[in-house]
Design a protein. Structure first.
Length: 177
C-alpha cells in the first residue's frame, strides 16, 4: 500500500496540517492526470475508482484492478468490490467477506447496486490515482488473491471459482495470518 508522508512540526495547527494534506492531494491529482478526467469518467468518478483500487490490492496489481473495474462498468456488471462492503459496514481488515454482509442495504454495496458507489471509500495514493487513468490492457472480469503476493486475474468465472477455492484452502492453512 502506498502512502504519503507529511512532516508535521511542533506548533503546526490542525488547519495547517489539513491544508498540507489537501495541497498534497491536488499535486497528486495533477501528476496522475485524474484532474482531466478519463474517457467518460469525471475527476470525481476517478477518485472513487482510485479509492477502490487502493483498498483492493497491492500496488503491483493496481492497473489490473482498474481494468477489471472498467470492464465490469462497460458491460453493466456489478462491481462486487469487497472493500466497498467493508467500508459500508466499518469492518476493514477482514480478508473474508461473510455472505451476510452482502445483504447490507447501503449504496456502497457494489454487490447490490450497479455502477460506482456514491463516494470514495479511502484516500487513494498517487499510484492508485495513476492506475485509474492508466488501466492495464486485458479482458479480465475477476480477480482473487490466492495467497499473499499472488493475485490472479481472469475472464472466466469457472477459473475464478477454482482460484477462490485455492484461496479458501490457503486461508485454512493460515497463510493470511
Amino acid at each position: 500500500v502506498s502512502q504519503s508522508r507529511y512532516l508535521v512540526y511542533p506548533g503546526t495547527t490542525f488547519n495547517q496540517a489539513i491544508e498540507q494534506m489537501v495541497e498534497r492531494f491536488y499535486i497528486a491529482a495533477t501528476n496522475s492526470g485524474i484532474d482531466k478526467g478519463f474517457n467518460q469518467y469525471t475527476p470525481y468518478d476517478l477518485l472513487i475508482i482510485a479509492s477502490m483500487i487502493q483498498s483492493e490490492g497491492d500496488i503491483s496489481d493496481f492497473s489490473k484492478i482498474a481494468r477489471v473495474i472498467y470492464n465490469r462498468l462497460e458491460i453493466g456488471m456489478p462491481l462486487q468490490i469487497n472493500a466497498t462492503i467493508d467500508y459500508a459496514t466499518n469492518t476493514r481488515g477482514k480478508i473474508r467477506l461473510p455472505y451476510k454482509r452482502l445483504e447490507t442495504n447501503s449504496k456502497y454495496n457494489t454487490y447490490k447496486y450497479r455502477g460506482l458507489p456514491p463516494g470514495p471509500i479511502s484516500n487513494p495514493g498517487e499510484a492508485a490515482l495513476k492506475a485509474s487513468v492508466n488501466p492495464a490492457n486485458g479482458d479480465w472480469l475477476y480477480y482473487v488473491t490466492v495467497k499473499p503476493n499472488d493475485t490472479r486475474f481472469t475472464k472466466s468465472f469457472d477459473q475464478f471459482n477454482i482460484w477462490a477455492n485455492e484461496f479458501r484452502k490457503n486461508e485454512e492453512l493460515g497463510l493470511f495470518n
